[in-house]
Design a protein around this ligand. Structure first.
Ligand code: FE2
Length: 260
């Protein structure tokens, strides 16, 4: 994170996002194939300019990686780790919700026994992290982390609290839309994929340089969960459905894993 105070305004960043979007529209009109993954060097997302990769990917020897990668089995992941509202001493504050979906490949086939990990801010938009010191309360009953393994149908399901938006220092008065970070582990660290899920109707989506770094509108909309009343439970929790597509032309956009 930059130590100099951000001076750009939201209007400045909005203008940059609009310019990038217009340039992308021109690319599409010229016949260029859609670019569905996040841009790693996207000027409105300030820190991406300095830390995006500038070298080709390095091919690692998978066998040597496996010697040091963590090994886990279904017995290592407890069922209640998928319920972030089960905490010592009390219940977390906020809108209880279920987020569920499937992890599938390009042909819709289930990706079974995948470790899916999530981390998120609490209802007030605060992380339990020393790097997050903005003046919103920590919830003593919410750690904001959970994990599960996908089932035979590639399904995952978390019970959690709807996260709040939070400020960050990309520019003056910058706020992240509510989101949950997702990691799909694969079978070793080199396969790990990280992304974020958002929620429908959030007015901050249009203003957010991280969401907008996926310049293709249809691709970035694949990161927005759908409200699902069948997943909503009576007097208990609202429900959102979000599928993760790992490959193919409808793949879920994935990111650098240290994004805010
Ligand atoms: Fe975040």
């Amino acid at each position: 994170m930059s130590t100099t105070p951000p001076t750009a305004t939201q209007a400045d960043v909005d203008a940059e996002i609009s310019a990038a979007s217009a340039a992308y529209d021109a690319e599409l009109r010229a016949g260029t194939a859609p670019r569905t993954q996040p841009r790693l060097d996207y000027a409105p997302y300030r820190s991406s300019r300095l830390r995006h990769p500038t070298k080709d990917l390095h091919h690692a020897d998978p066998e040597s990686i496996e010697l040091v990668a963590p090994v886990f089995g279904h017995r290592d992941v407890a069922v209640d780790e998928a319920d972030l509202t089960i905490q010592d001493g009390g219940e977390p504050i906020g809108e209880r919700m279920v987020v569920a979906g499937r992890v599938v490949d390009a042909d819709g086939r289930p990706v079974r026994r995948q470790l899916v990990e999530i981390w998120q801010a609490n209802a007030a938009g605060r992380y339990v992290h020393k790097g997050d010191q903005h003046p919103a309360p920590i919830d003593p009953h919410f750690t904001g982390v959970g994990r599960c393994l996908t089932d035979d149908d590639g399904g995952y399901r978390f019970t959690t609290i709807k996260p709040g938006p939070y400020p960050w220092r990309n520019h003056h008065n910058a706020w992240r839309p509510a989101h949950i970070h997702f990691s799909v582990f694969g079978s070793e660290f080199t396969q790990r994929m990280v992304t974020q899920v958002y929620f429908p109707g959030d007015p901050l989506l249009a203003l957010d340089p991280i969401y907008q770094s996926i310049v293709d509108p249809r691709a970035r909309e694949r990161l927005v969960a759908a409200y699902d009343h069948d997943l909503t439970t009576h007097e208990w929790a609202t429900g959102y459905r979000w599928d993760i597509v790992l490959t193919g032309s409808h793949a879920t956009p994935m990111e650098q894993e240290d994004d805010a």
